[in-house]
Ligand binder design. Structure first.
Ligand code: CP
Length: 308
């Protein structure tokens, strides 16, 4: 008899608002009582299969499992796994289901983690699929906003840079739409505007949102500024990338008109879009965001493994 498929997280929409809030509460408890969690995943194995480069997501997943007392098996790129010989996602996850209790997968093809989740016998977490979704980055972003601003409502949120290909932006918008009374300022050159389906979601939700190409125009309004990198790997030609890559460079001069309690986030890696001089500004939260990411991944791993 076929076993029921375990719960996976491919999109942030796979989690209810109550579940997301619950995960943030667990992450806060992890922050305050790390010793309570040191053996929660003893004898459990996480497999990270990453077919695209990553520093934060893969290593924070692995650090999360190790901090819970579990173990990790990993393929860091497609060339070091049998994907290089043409093995399908479906076969890969079926095999790994015999070796691991949970899988975190990154893949350049949009939708690959959906296939993984359908075929695996263990929970699959989407660790980023092409220009599509990155739900665990969103969990990190939500926790960072909640901790730095005290709430996820009544905020003016600016999203700046590559809103077309930036998967973290798409997931974050879908999550923030669940929290009331937020306003959005989308800051991007016309070629990198939000894709149509996200624009439709904003309109359908009836939220207050506007678009501008000017970071200077948006700056004084914002409670949160979410900067993003122009996604070189998603461009079809180098010329367009070179023309657009430095459209926005956040520096101390541009921050002169910002609110004193602005929270500056960035999913990282950054290239040029935030000057290193901003790193010492107390409003810069992007390195703190990476700690929030590890704590949320710890909470999510326990949740999907049914560990209280
Ligand atoms: N934010 C993020 O996904 O970073 P990595 O690509 O380094 O995992």
């Amino acid at each position: 008899m076929n076993k029921p498929k375990p719960r996976s997280v491919v999109s942030i929409l796979d989690l209810t608002t109550d579940e997301i809030n619950g995960l943030m509460n667990v992450a806060d408890d992890i922050e305050n009582n790390p010793d309570k969690y040191r053996e929660k995943c003893k004898h459990k194995i996480l497999s990270t299969i990453f077919f695209e480069p990553s520093t934060r997501t893969r290593l924070s997943f692995e650090a999360a499992m190790l901090s819970l007392g579990g173990s990790v098996i990993s393929t860091a790129d497609s060339q070091s796994s049998s994907a290089a010989k043409g093995e399908s996602i479906s076969d890969t996850v079926k095999v790994i289901s015999n070796y691991a209790d949970i899988i975190a997968m990154r893949h350049p093809k949009e939708g690959a983690p959906v296939v993984g989740a359908m075929k695996a016998d263990v929970p699959v977490i989407n660790a980023g699929d092409g220009g599509h979704f990155h739900p665990t980055q969103t969990l990190a972003d939500l926790l960072t906003i909640r901790r730095t601003k005290g709430a996820l409502s009544n905020l003016v949120i600016g999203l700046c840079g590559d809103l077309m290909f930036g998967r973290t932006v798409h997931s974050l918008i879908e999550a923030m739409l669940r929290y009331p009374n937020n306003k959005y300022v989308m800051i991007a050159p016309s070629e990198l505007r939000l894709p149509e389906y996200i624009r439709e979601e904003l309109d359908k939700a009836g939220v207050d949102w506007e678009e501008t190409e000017s970071l200077e125009y948006a700056m004084p309004k914002l409670d949160v500024l979410y900067m993003t990198r122009v996604q070189k790997e998603r461009f079809f030609n180098e010329e367009d990338y070179v023309r657009l890559k430095d459209t926005y460079i956040l520096d101390e001069e541009k921050l002169k008109t910002a609110k004193p309690d602005l929270a500056i986030l960035h999913p990282l890696p950054r290239v040029n879009e935030i000057s290193v001089s901003v790193d010492d500004d107390p409003r810069a939260k992007y390195f703190y965001q990476t700690l929030c990411g590890k704590q949320m991944r710890m909470a999510l791993i326990m949740f999907l493994l049914g560990i209280k």
